[in-house]
Design a protein around this ligand. Sequence first.
Ligand SMILES: Nc1nc2c(c(=O)[nH]1)N[C@@H](CN(C=O)c1ccc(C(=O)N[C@@H](CCC(=O)O)C(=O)O)cc1)CN2
Length: 305
Amino acid sequence: MTAKIIDGKAFAATVRGEVAEHVARLKEEHGLTPGLAVVLVGEDPASQVYVRSKGKMTAEVGMNSYEHRLDADTAEAELLALIKRLNADRDVHGILVQLPLPKHLDEDLVINAIDPEKDVDGFHISNVGLLGTGQKSMVPCTPLGCLMMLRDHHGSLSGMDAVVIGRSNIVGKPMAQLLLGDSCTVTIAHSRTKDLPQVVRRADIVVAAVGRPEMVPGDWIKPGATVIDVGINRIGAPEKGTNEDGSVKTRLVGDCHFESCAAVAGAITPVPGGVGPMTIACLLANTVTACCRANGLPEPEGLTA
Ligand SMILES: Nc1nc2c(c(=O)[nH]1)N[C@@H](CN(C=O)c1ccc(C(=O)N[C@@H](CCC(=O)O)C(=O)O)cc1)CN2
């Protein structure tokens, strides 16, 4: 069997198109422009790329983008004061603090300072609790993107066996909650899980979110299963040669060994071009949702969990 490749890049473009249509309607019918504030502390190179791309895509769908770049040694009190100002700003409907933060800053404290209704990352403890109890919440972008791809591929997920590999607060746990919400039978597997290959072989849906390059081989996958690979790992690629400075070139791989998994699975997301692009598309979707909720307007259909 050769798996269908789930094209996250193309799907994300469709989601952004739907967001743009909704934004145009909000402007025309209600004189509202959703606004997203992104806060970056420090100069982490990957974070700079993600923040730039968030700003560009926010503008492309017609929303207002507010970028706040702070020095790596910014004091916690200064960051909290900025969040307080953004919480009070009526033009800002979504607030995101790019992670990871420099070590001296308390990530939980900072995230929980964001108004939960503007928490478009869905990381605030109130949103975690609402999602965990099946109530309306802001849903973390990466798991929301995975859910959208799964629903698009399968229609209903009801009754399917799902295994989520990884128990992080940002992906593994919310992913499991979302799958449960769609009536899957859900197992969360992790580094201490006994006989992991056997557990994964039971699954109709495998979501790999461990951050270990190519950890899941094809012989762990049940024939025909759907594999959602959340991992984005940069590894050395000597076959691509060297850079000008003599260092070995690199390439991106997921948590699943793509070729062997694709040979067995029914469908699979690639890395790059799978889950990653959906993360930013869902951030834009969450910002529109937050704007609608803040103004007592109906939420966009198909853009929330
Ligand atoms: N506050 C947050 N911080 C971080 C989040 C988040 O959701 N909220 N997620 C990641 C980074 N991230 C967005 O912020 C992100 C990661 C990857 C991609 C993506 O499109 N990746 C591409 C490959 C990119 C490359 O070439 O390196 C892909 O998978 O195709 C988008 C967004 C951590 N921080």
